[in-house]
Design a protein around this ligand. Structure first.
Ligand code: ACO
Length: 329
């Protein structure tokens, strides 16, 4: 019998806007302070896309960089998934726009919506197809321009979010490399804690929906916070156990970057050293589904994540959803 195919990460890439929105800039826009933002979130600045730009502009660059680092040609890609809650348009999928722009002529392409957990959900889909032998190479991207749905008159949310995209190329790997386990979860009873009320089929766009500011993201910060800490720690525990590893085996934890206090609390619950955790929240804010692949790509480029390292990625977000995975690079 042929050996089981295992999927792994062949390359990473990311793309961020040049424009910086600092805490000092936000102080001029809403009643907030650098001190409040830093102590409550750990954020100092975030990146914001220019008017007229779209998620696919950043996802395309991230995908091209990931393909270059993997040494895989776009023509050989079988599947493209883009995790996003801010697609270029409601349809067609942003993944299709990227498919055309990178020249991935034989690839299937679709978008996936699981808010900030989207990247982990997208990975799980691509891995399943690679490991079943149906496809060989996949580009899994996450791209979000949350600035497009952020209400810059609402101080409780506008300080938190930033724009960007990250991508990985997945394919079959040898030896002990590759993905070991997955945990994906959801609890729709918490949908009310983090959502964009209008623009879908329940409340289509109207003058009234715009006047009521229903096209912006709404969030119950405290509820999301409590849920996040619990979900991050228990999900990490679960995937490690399933994979037969312990916390001592972890070389690097790449968590969703929503708030340094959430990352720290989850890390402490889990009992992991600070130097094993990748943090970008101070410079990019919460870039939604993109935050994990952006952080992973930075860690790879800085030499913090090396071939052979055991990496845990964990995230949570609207849905509510959560997820985690264990991968050896
Ligand atoms: N500047 C100054 N004061 C503020 C600001 C601000 N930007 N925002 C809120 N405040 C005030 C509040 O009005 C409140 O004042 P009050 O006590 O007079 O009512 C006070 O600060 C405390 O507010 P809390 O909401 O209790 O502050 P908290 O410590 O919970 O921090 C925060 C808020 C940062 C939003 C935190 O709850 C959090 O990070 N939650 C999780 C958010 C998250 O992870 N979201 C993303 C999920 S991923 C996805 O799918 C997009």
């Amino acid at each position: 019998m042929a050996d089981r195919i295992r999927a792994g990460i062949l390359g990473t890439g990311s793309a961020l806007p040049k424009r910086v929105l600092s805490n000092a800039d936000l102080e001029k826009m809403v009643d907030t302070s650098d001190e409040w933002i830093v102590t409550r979130t750990g954020m100092r600045e975030r990146r914001i896309a220019e008017p007229g730009e779209a998620t696919s502009d950043y996802a395309t660059v991230a995908a091209e960089r990931a393909l270059a680092s993997a040494g895989v040609a776009a023509e050989d890609v079988d599947l493209i998934i883009c995790a996003t809650v801010t697609p270029d348009m409601m349809f067609p999928a942003t993944a299709c726009i990227v498919q055309d722009r990178i020249g991935a002529k034989k690839a299937g392409a679709f978008d996936l919506s699981a808010a900030c957990t989207g990247f982990l959900y997208a990975l799980a889909n691509a891995i399943g197809l690679i490991e079943s032998g149906r496809i060989k190479y996949a580009v899994v991207m996450a791209g979000d321009l949350l600035s497009r749905i952020t209400d810059y008159t609402d101080r409780s949310t506008c300080v938190l979010f930033g724009d960007g995209a990250g991508a990985v190329v997945l394919g079959p790997v040898e030896g002990d490399r590759g993905f070991y386990s997955f945990d994906l979860g959801s609890d729709g009873s918490g949908a009310k804690y983090l959502y964009q009320p209008a623009g879908g089929s329940r409340i289509p766009a109207s003058e009234e929906s715009v006047a009521k500011r229903l096209h912006f993201l709404h969030m119950e910060g405290r509820e999301t916070f409590k849920f996040a800490v619990k979900a991050m720690a228990s999900s990490t525990e679960k995937v490690l156990q399933e994979a037969g590893f312990t916390r001592e085996d972890i070389d690097l934890l790449v968590p969703h970057q929503a708030n340094i206090r959430i990352i720290d609390a989850a890390r402490k619950r889990f009992g992991l050293e600070e130097e094993k955790v990748v943090v970008t929240v101070h410079k990019y804010g919460n870039t939604s589904a993109s935050s994990i692949p952006i952080a992973l790509d930075e860690a790879v480029r800085e030499g913090r994540a090396k071939p052979g390292d055991l990496v845990v990625m964990v995230g949570f977000g609207g849905g509510l959803t959560w997820g985690s995975t264990v991968v050896r690079l």
